[in-house]
Design a protein around this ligand. Structure first.
Ligand SMILES: [Zn+2]
Ligand SMILES: [Zn+2]
Length: 382
């Protein structure tokens, strides 16, 4: 097309004006994470592994607080590396500064900012985060055992980061070393990242169950959040769900030591059944739990999913007199239809029925989905 032949009609000018207006009205807004509270506890959304320019990150610390606020988080820990300071020619090593800069912005937005550090050593013991420390400078010491003792003496919650990271385990398989037994026996290892960024470590999941450690799921973000996660398309950073008695740093710390957490990474929940079962159950409402079936007729059960997860269900048993789908997908924020049919033309009477399913993306053990029933009352008539 020859540009000189372009003509600007009034409609085109108006459309251009609207487009510019839309850009200028860019929303500076918070989007909630739709994961329900559970009986007795608030479900707080936390990311306890975040980097800034004060180690190898690319973001000034206060921006981390607003990113978290926008993404609906309740708390973050700033955990710059102690031993890895690649920006030190431009920015002097100052281990407490990233927390001190992020904290006021967090306070103004009601996002708790927790002081932390990443103790960054070769495997074993690898990288460990200490959060709820009181002074990061004192962790800067040659011997890793001294750093962890100091953190522990400060009352820190200490967890092992990305145990299957290919930078330290080229095959991506997490391995437990005698050094981890040593830390565990000394009470200086309290949790493990079961999810770090996009990675899930089934070995870490198993260790948390067997050794009674807390499960965590953190971003380990170095870039601006939006470079790595397409938030506006429904993507989200990994989040540690903390079941806390109130919305405060102290309550988060108490819950972490008490192992009241679950892992929310990608479209997956990981956690002990005690926590993930109520999360699943409170995510759903069956809109018409009482249905009537005549003979071999069909009905539709409407299931609304209030959460941000897409729950994937696989049939896990049979029910006499009924057929129901082998797979069901419950999309986030929407109501799904479940088609149920009678298989006995002469059935009669009222029955309470639990349709048995396995939720394949809610893991109570590695490769073991949560077993659930969708409970309905069916009135049969010939
Ligand atoms: Zn690390
Ligand atoms: Zn890190």
């Amino acid at each position: 097309m020859n540009p000189t032949k372009l003509s600007w009609k009034p409609g085109a000018v108006l459309a251009l004006g609207l487009a510019v207006g839309a850009v200028q009205a860019h929303d500076r807004a918070r989007t909630p994470v739709n994961i329900p509270d559970i009986p007795g506890y608030l479900t707080l959304k936390c990311d306890l592994h975040i980097h800034t320019v004060f180690s190898d990150g690319s973001v000034w610390p206060d921006i981390r607080a607003e990113e978290a606020w926008r993404e609906g988080l309740d708390a973050i820990a700033i955990t710059d590396h102690i031993e890895y300071q690649p920006h030190k020619r431009d920015l002097p090593t100052a281990h407490n500064r990233s927390y001190e800069i992020a904290k006021p912005r967090g306070d103004s937005l009601e996002v708790a900012v927790i002081r932390g550090s990443e103790i960054t050593r070769q495997m074993p013991p690898g990288h460990l985060n200490a959060v709820f420390i009181t002074d990061a400078v004192s962790l800067d010491t040659p011997e890793w055992r001294d750093a962890l003792k100091t953190a522990s003496d400060q009352g820190a919650f200490i967890f092992w980061n990305h145990p299957g990271w290919t930078g330290q385990q080229p095959d991506g398989v997490a391995r437990w070393y005698p050094e981890h037994d040593e830390l565990l026996n000394q009470g200086r290892l309290h949790g493990i990242e079961v999810v770090n960024s996009r990675e899930y470590y089934p070995e870490a999941h198993r260790w948390c169950l067997d050794k009674k450690l807390t499960m965590l799921s953190n971003s380990d973000i170095h870039n601006p959040l939006n470079l790595d996660y397409d938030v506006h398309a429904g993507d989200h950073r990994p989040i540690t769900l903390v079941f806390a008695t109130e919305r405060s740093p102290g309550a988060i710390k108490e819950a972490l030591f008490a192992r009241r957490t679950a892992v929310y990474g990608g479209n997956r929940l990981v956690g002990e059944e005690t926590w993930v079962r109520p999360l699943f159950e409170r995510s759903l409402t069956i809109r018409n739990p009482q249905v009537a079936i005549r003979g071999k007729g069909r009905v539709y059960v409407q299931i609304h999913n209030h959460s941000d997860l897409r729950y994937e269900l696989q049939r896990a048993g049979t029910v006499a007199g009924l057929s129901f789908p082998a797979t069901v997908s419950l999309p986030p924020g929407r109501t799904a239809l479940l088609e149920v049919r009678g298989t006995d033309a002469d059935a009669n009477g009222v029955r309470q029925i639990g349709l048995p399913y396995t939720v394949s993306n809610v893991l109570v053990e590695p490769e073991q989905g949560l077993q659930v029933t969708l409970d309905i009352q069916v009135t049969f008539s010939p």
